[in-house]
Design a protein around this ligand. Structure first.
Ligand code: ASP
Length: 435
């Protein structure tokens, strides 16, 4: 290539990276993976294994600062956004219309994701491709007990007790403990109550919530300045930590989950095209920053502020809808996680030679749809919740030790799908609640 042309190309790439967030994130991702490969013991191994881990901790520092800053304001943001989103129309009939549509919509989408996951894992049978050495070495590790530990605690609570426990009897406690689902339920109830009282009485509280939301978004905007560096560091850390050999040993399982997630993603595009009249390519182009950031941070909650902004500014969703659906969806609508969880569960039944009857498949579907609602939108929690699901179909929860080594990459991918689901839901609801 002539020098002038090369210079032009570099110049326009620099401009792209300077002005576009998605290009910055993408550049961060690529540089992060390259750095990771150079330092990783299973890559070029430029430094010793010990040093590689130490360096990766420092590289990931901006990433953890980014996540901590967003986490710091995520509760006030969820609370204020949901209440303001619900009350903005000031009309109880609107509340009824939106809830009658959004909850069945979420349930149908989650069930579809689970059915996709089950069908794919039965068809491909990834469990048949794992060699027994890998199984025994993973099962002998200490990680099994570590991951299985929270399960016992969760199991001792009965279903009716669990349903009641969704209502936060101590809302401040729920917020302090970061119980997102409880916070969301509190926000919905407050929103409904505020629509039910006189406007003049509701106004002071709503004004305060408005300020709270704006302040939180200000903090998020600071965090967003770190986003490209965060992505760079987090991805180099992942690349250093996830060994290539682990990935290869589990490649059919990893491939099955990725294919499942890809199908769920295409399913969203179809839904957005049919019900919201959105061209798939334009839709993807509008939401690419959200997807890239979700992929790099593995946290739907961390991406939530950017999702709201993208929904309003790039997809043209009415603020009342975006501000209600995105935080709600980030908490309860996790189809990527649901799809991953069933594939992992069926995979483990195949590894351990456990037969799956129709009854246990139905049980698996119901449990997973329920579990994906309760899964917190933070990195790596999908696999912890999976431990509970496994017990319902008789897989030893310790089996998780087998899949934990490759979980990070799947976590990143399912989070990108989760956030796409929330934005697709916004687009559909924006159309369905036109008036
Ligand atoms: N990391 C996912 C999310 O935030 C949840 C999961 O672990 O599946 O959406």
């Amino acid at each position: 290539m002539p020098r002038k042309k090369l210079k032009q190309l570099v110049g326009s790439l620099q401009l792209l990276v300077k002005t576009r967030l998605w290009a910055q994130i993408l550049a961060g991702m690529l540089l992060g993976i390259t750095t990771g490969l150079l330092l990783s013991p299973s890559g070029a191994a430029l430094v010793s294994e010990e040093n590689a881990y130490a360096i990766s901790g420092w590289l990931a520092l901006p990433g953890y600062v980014f996540l901590a800053l967003v986490k710091m304001v995520v509760i006030p943001l969820i609370l204020s956004s949901i209440i303001l989103g619900l009350t903005s129309s000031g009309d109880p009939a609107y509340l009824k219309r939106i809830s009658l549509r959004i909850f069945p919509y979420f349930a149908v989408m989650a069930t579809t994701a689970v059915v996709i996951g089950i069908s794919l894992s039965m068809l491909i049978q990834p469990g048949k491709y794992v060699d027994s050495e890998l199984i025994s070495s993973a099962m002998g590790g200490v990680k099994a007990e570590a991951v299985a530990a929270p399960v016992g605690a969760a199991e001792s609570i009965s279903l009716p007790e669990r349903i009641v426990s969704l209502i936060p009897t101590n809302p401040l406690g729920a917020a302090l403990e970061g119980q997102m689902l409880q916070v969301v339920i509190f926000a919905i109830l407050m929103g409904i109550a505020l629509v039910g009282i006189a406007e003049t009485r509701a106004k002071p509280l709503l004004d305060m919530l408005d300020s709270l939301r704006e302040v939180s978004m200000k903090v998020v905007s600071w965090a967003m300045m770190l986003a490209p560096y965060a992505v760079f560091g987090l991805l180099s850390q992942v690349t250093i930590k996830v060994g290539l050999a682990t990935l290869l040993g589990m490649s059919v399982y990893v491939g099955t989950v990725l294919l499942g997630l890809f199908i769920v993603l295409c399913w969203y595009l179809v839904i957005a095209a049919v019900f919201a009249k959105r061209s798939p390519l334009e839709f993807l182009r509008a939401i690419r920053e959200v997807q890239l950031l979700a992929f790099s941070t593995s946290s739907s909650a961390a991406v939530m502020p950017l999702s709201i902004k993208t929904a309003e500014e790039k997809l043209g969703i009415r603020p009342a809808i975006a501000q209600f659906i995105v935080p709600l969806g980030a908490t309860v609508n996790m189809d990527g996680t649901a799809c991953y969880q069933v594939i992992a569960a069926v995979f483990l039944t195949q590894v351990f030679g456990i037969e799956l009857t129709l009854a246990s498949l139905i049980l698996l579907t119901i449990t997973t749809v329920g579990a994906s609602i309760g899964t917190p939108s933070a990195p790596g929690v999908g696999i912890v919740i999976l431990a509970t699901i496994l017990q319902t179909i008789g897989v030893p929860p310790g089996g998780i030790a087998l899949i934990i080594g490759v979980d990070r990459i799947l976590d990143m991918s399912r989070t990108a799908v989760n956030v796409t689901g929330d934005l697709a839901a916004c687009a559909v609801m924006n159309k369905w609640l036109k008036k």
